[in-house]
Design a protein around this ligand. Structure first.
Ligand code: MN
Ligand code: MN
Length: 291
């Protein structure tokens, strides 16, 4: 299959999984039920999760995912960002949506990020310069009285890679590089009434391999093999590893982290503790939105 067939299939599956996650996400439901509904849907439809489903609430902009036996429950008024990826033969489609649980107090904030994405998608064609995408995102978000989060951005995706160049900014970064036909990019405007920056918070329990090397510990070597076979260079969740290795997975991951073989991502709260919303699509340039 051509890479385009793979990314289009991954995109369709990611869209359906996103819709499933939104259907499941109601007041009183556990975060882990949302994440597992999304991840199971991706597998059921014939793709694989490209990274652990993000379940980031209120002032957490991104990179939160349930831990093993996570007890957290969605509450009335929560602003929930579901961010997920599906891959087919490594080709990654990345998509996200924000919903408010039960109430509807922050629709304007959600609209700001959705309007920005819509305008950016319309512009994303062969020959468009990257700064133009950032500028239109910035314009749409500030028009409604909010700020884009400037240190989060869209990106390219590649085979077994969630993030590749170019950076697709949420403001005009002056980059005059042109988008090209058949390029895959993810566009993800984040909007906030706050300062418009995220900081790195506590560990998310999302990991990825950063150095391909071995370790002396026999069990840890088995874990490296498992990661290479199942995720390659894609991010994975501690809870996925616990399913295979039991609770000793935590110790093994710590060994690999200390030896600089894997890294753990931090959750990303908004710096001024303000609400954050995100909308994301993956686009195949001159084909359109795939998610
Ligand atoms: Mn995403
Ligand atoms: Mn992304």
């Amino acid at each position: 299959m051509d890479f385009k067939d793979n990314i289009i299939k991954a995109g369709e599956i990611a869209r359906k999984a996103r819709e499933e996650g939104i259907k499941v996400a109601k007041e009183g439901v556990k975060y882990i039920e949302v994440a597992e509904a999304v991840e199971n849907k991706i597998i059921e439809l014939g793709a694989k999760p490209a990274f652990p489903c993000g379940v980031s609430v209120n002032n957490i902009a991104a990179h939160d995912t349930p831990v093993y036996n996570d007890e957290r429950i969605l509450k009335k008024g929560d602003l929930l960002k579901i961010d997920l990826g599906a891959h087919v033969d490594g080709y990654v489609a990345d998509t996200a949506k924000t919903v408010e649980i039960t109430t509807n107090k922050n629709q304007k904030l959600i609209d700001a990020s959705e309007n920005a994405l819509k305008a950016a998608v319309k512009l994303a064609k062969d020959g468009t310069e990257i700064w133009q995408i950032g500028q239109v995102i910035h314009e749409e978000i500030t028009k409604l009285g909010f700020s884009p989060i400037r240190n989060l951005s869209g990106h390219g995706t590649g085979q077994y890679l969630v993030h590749t160049p170019p950076t697709i900014p949420n403001y005009n970064n002056q980059n005059k590089t042109q988008l090209k036909k058949d390029q895959i990019i993810a566009i993800e405007p984040f909007a906030t009434p706050g300062e418009g920056l995220v900081i790195e918070g506590k560990g998310s329990t999302i990991y990825a391999i950063i150095n391909v090397k071995n370790t002396r510990n026999f069990e840890a070597r088995k874990l490296i093999k498992f990661i290479n076979e199942n995720y390659k260079t894609l991010p994975f969740a501690e809870r996925w590893i616990i399913k295979e290795f039991g609770l000793k997975a935590r110790i093994l991951l710590k060994i690999l982290e200390n030896e600089n073989i894997v890294k753990q991502y931090g959750i990303l709260p908004e710096k001024s503790k303000a609400l954050a919303v995100q909308t994301e699509h993956t686009i195949l340039i001159e084909h359109g939105v795939v998610t």
